[in-house]
Design a binder for this molecule. Structure first.
Ligand code: ADP
Ligand code: ASP
Ligand code: MG
Length: 815
């Protein structure tokens, strides 16, 4: 005989019950079956709140009863022909009347005992099972009904009664020996005590009912039909990438369910494990899916981790003090107090110093536990031998589970480093001696991130998800997003990096989508977005708390540069093409670098110098491998190079500058380029990255602009002054011609001194033939003594800058 249990969602309404009837009809063709059903989805919760309201003198419980009655009568109308309804309607009416009487009693007395509560809760399964049994009779021949309360006998531990297996097994076996039913429908969750009081088996207990029956009947299989395709590698409602586990051992399943995988009620395993009856978890809404098979066999060659689960609403209690050291019996007393108060201990750790002991319990029990413990250790607390018990609430336990974990080293290391990299603070750690599970206690607000990042690390073929928050989507930003859009598939397939853009902002609007913004129509979405605000943007990034978050600054804005610390402190990486932060006061630059190290959050700014050219990255590798930079010579302004390469007798200076702006080669304010400030910032960054401490004021700027041009305060005046001083620029050009040289704006660093300025470059210099908007850098180092290391190529332009930013993002993905 096979036992099938259908959960709350599977029997939520007539439509779902029809699916159940089809499944039962098919299965019963092979062998006789028992069908255990839950209450209709949400009904047990409704009963819980009705009881709470009635006992607190709130009359609204009557509305809940009316709602429950309607739900069941609607189902009858849809499932059972009118002519067949009277018997089941009578049964429902009788149940509803009894329920009302009990609730009225609670209301009058203003009281709710656990015994009454069980009596009230049992109506969920009583109502559902009678309706489903009647509907079953319309569909399947020889379908009958049996009230589980007559067969399952328990003690009087209301709320979570313990089964008397000796009596129960006998009653079940006897009943089914004489039954000729092809299908027997029974209510889950409910039982009776020996003195015939209604009892329940604990929330989620219908699974247990089915297991008790399967065990008593030595069934060939126990099937748990629910609303997901089996037991998943993590709760599929929280981890989108979770997938069903094909096979899992009893022990592993028990561990996962004990640590919160609600798909199976933990005690369910016991009665079937003894008889080696396999459990199959199936989806009522996708019956063709394979589901999960739970047996005694251990498999785990491919991956020692079977699943990740979590329990939320946890509190940590810590008892510490010198009075605990070497004093036998402190922990015994502690656990005795908790047991007397009926408090379930979920998690325990004790440091080997015995100085403190830490236990995890449900939030709801925390206050009661704290009071009881302080009372029990009153004397030691008064003598300052033990501190009053400390309680921390709103925590969560996350557990990695797998039978084969004991044969693998380094799993806990991987777990902790994965969480650490994502700024998830671990409050406590425990590993069972069986090494079947490693559990950590973390803050509840980090749970989604923790589960997803651990799942990614242990189950997703090492695919890493990067979550981008892009500030500034002008010329370069637009190209950057286009490049991600084009490369997304390639990165996923080849580099196992899944890049998603979660937030974007320009100076007017911002838009967020936790599931990833559609990169096809991001512009439209941004236009309809909320008003831009850099502080709200930061708060949003923090609140979303996504793993591998990266803030990408594609502005030239000082205020935005001032926000980096706030991201880094939250372990959020920063990628920027904005030079302001790295060329600001040395203290600020080094503070950001320190934060990056401290919080394990990359801070990358390759595009600060030479756009997409790999200059800073190369420098980093030189330094890391022990080389020392002694001298730098460079042409670092793509814009100035473009300007001086095009400036001629026939193409006057200010027109060339205008054109450079139109083509996006200059900063939005061209004076920043022409004054040499931009180049000074760049050489400063290279000097700092080479390991020298320098400030922008230490760099000699030999400007070629007349003082009047330098003193202008807006773009228009600047251009007017360029026209006015056209003669000055023409003279520079003539002098260069006469010296047989070309004009280049050069940055140099040597002997601790740096300068930038326009130079007449002779024909034999490697700088002479620098074309278009190219950049060139020469590094003279201990290893590159005579012939410098040379990097040359396009050093300005939206596409190359965007690709440089992209390369930084990919660098983070490869870490
Ligand atoms: P039923 O009403 O059928 O008994 P439950 O709601 O008790 O169903 O259990 C199924 C739910 O368990 C799923 O919808 C899912 O949200 C949750 N769940 C939590 N962890 C897991 C997991 N590891 N695998 C599958 N489901 C899980
Ligand atoms: N109806 C009960 C509950 O909601 C039992 C169950 O569904 O398993 O807890
Ligand atoms: Mg359940």
């Amino acid at each position: 005989m096979n036992v099938l249990k259908f959960g709350g969602t599977s029997v939520a309404n007539a439509q779902n019950i029809n699916l159940v009837l089809n499944i039962v009809n098919e299965t019963s063709k092979k062998e006789p079956i028992v069908v255990v059903v839950s209450a209709f989805s949400g009904v047990t919760d409704l009963l819980v709140s009705a009881a709470a309201m009635a006992s607190s003198k709130d009359k609204s419980y009557k509305e809940i009863v009316a709602q429950i009655e309607k739900k069941h009568k609607d189902a009858i109308d849809e499932l059972i022909p009118l002519s067949e309804q009277s018997e089941v309607i009578d049964a429902v009416n009788a149940n509803i009347n009894q329920l009302k009487t009990l609730l009225d009693g609670c209301f009058l007395l203003g009281e709710l005992s656990s015994r009454t509560s069980d009596a009230i809760l049992s109506f969920g399964e009583l109502l559902s099972s009678q309706i489903i049994a009647k509907a079953m009779q319309q569909k399947v021949k020889d379908a009958g009904y049996k009230d589980s309360r007559e067969l399952i006998k328990t003690d009087n531990h209301f709320g979570k009664a313990a089964v008397n297996f000796e009596v129960t097994n006998k009653l079940i076996a006897e009943f089914f020996k004489s039954s000729t039913n092809r299908v027997t429908v029974m209510p889950g969750f409910i039982a009776t005590s020996e003195d015939d009081n209604a009892t329940t088996l604990g929330r989620g207990g219908s699974d247990y009912t089915a297991a008790i029956i399967a065990g008593a009947l030595n069934s060939s299989q126990l099937e748990i039909w629910t609303d997901v395709n089996g037991m998943f590698t993590a709760n599929p409602k929280i981890v989108k990438q979770a997938r069903p586990i094909e096979t899992i051992s009893y022990q592993e399943a028990m561990e996962l369910s004990h640590f919160g995988a609600k798909v199976l009620y933990p005690p369910t395993i016991q009665p079937v494990l003894k008889k080696n009856i396999p459990i199959l978890i199936k989806n009522t809404f996708e019956p063709e899916a394979a589901g999960t098979l739970i047996t005694s066999e251990i498999s785990g060659k491919e991956n020692p981790i079977k699943g990740i689960s979590h329990i939320d609403k946890i509190a940590l209690l810590t008892l510490e003090g010198s009075g605990m050291i070497g004093v036998s019996g402190s922990s015994k007393r502690l656990f005795e107090v908790l047991s007397q108060e009926n408090i379930n201990v979920i998690f325990i750790t004790q440091a080997s110093s015995e100085h403190s002991i830490c236990i995890g319990i449900l939030n709801a029990d925390a206050d009661k536990a704290q009071k009881a413990i302080n009372r029990a250790f009153e004397i030691e607390i008064a003598q300052n031998k033990i501190d009053p018990c400390i309680v921390e609430k709103d925590l969560c336990i996350v557990a990695l589970v797998g039978e084969s974990m004991k044969n693998h080293q380094g799993l806990s290391g991987k777990m902790f480093s994965t969480l650490g990299k994502n700024n998830v603070n671990i409050r406590a750690i425990a590993q069972g001696a069986s090494e079947r599970n490693i559990s950590v206690v973390i803050n509840e607000r980090d749970v989604k991130k923790a589960l997803n990042t651990l799942h990614e690390r242990f189950f997703e073929d090492n695919t890493k998800q990067l979550n981008l928050f892009v500030m500034g989507v002008g010329n370069v930003g637009e190209k950057f997003i286009d490049q991600i859009h084009q490369q997304k598939k390639f990165l996923k397939d080849n580099l196992k990096i899944n890049v998603r853009v979660i937030g974007i902002s320009n100076s007017r609007k911002m838009h967020f989508d936790e599931e990833g913004i559609s990169l096809k129509d991001w512009q439209e979405l941004l236009n309809q977005g909320e008003a831009a605000n850099k502080d709200v943007f930061i708060e949003k990034v923090k609140a979303l708390n996504l793993r591998n978050s990266i803030f990408v600054d594609i502005t030239a804005n000082a205020e935005i540069a001032n926000t980096y610390a706030q991201y880094l402190e939250k372990s959020i990486a920063v990628v920027t093409c904005n030079k302001i932060a790295c060329s600001s006061a040395y203290d600020n630059y080094s503070h950001l670098k320190q934060l990056s190290r401290k919080y394990n959050a990359p801070f990358l700014f390759e595009t600060n110098v030479g756009a997409g050219l790999p200059i800073i990255d190369t420098l980093k590798h030189l330094i890391a491998s022990g080389d020392k930079v002694n001298r730098i010579n460079a042409v670092l302004s793509g814009s100035l190079n473009f300007i001086f390469n095009n400036f001629s007798e026939t193409y006057n200076f200010h027109d060339v500058v205008k054109e450079a702006g139109v083509q996006g080669f200059t900063e939005p304010d061209p004076k920043i380029d022409l004054s040499g400030v931009d180049v000074a910032r760049k050489i400063l960054i290279l000097i700092r990255e080479s390991g020298y401490q320098m400030e922008i004021e230490d760099i000699e700027n030999n400007s070629f602009l007349p003082a009047e041009c330098m003193n202008t305060t807006n773009n228009e005046d600047f251009f007017t002054s360029l026209i006015k001083h056209a003669g000055h620029f023409d003279n520079l050009l003539a002098e260069a011609k006469q010296k047989n040289s070309r004009l280049k704006f050069v940055a140099s660093f040597e002997n601790g001194k740096a300068n930038v300025g326009l130079q007449f470059i002779p024909a034999d210099s490697p700088f002479y033939n620098l074309e278009g908007k190219d950049n060139i850098v020469q590094f003279y180092t201990d290893r590159y003594l005579d012939q410098p290391l040379l990097i040359k190529g396009a050093g300005a332009g939206a596409a190359v800058t965007a690709s440089g930013i992209f390369a930084d993002v990919v660098r983070i993905g490869n870490v």
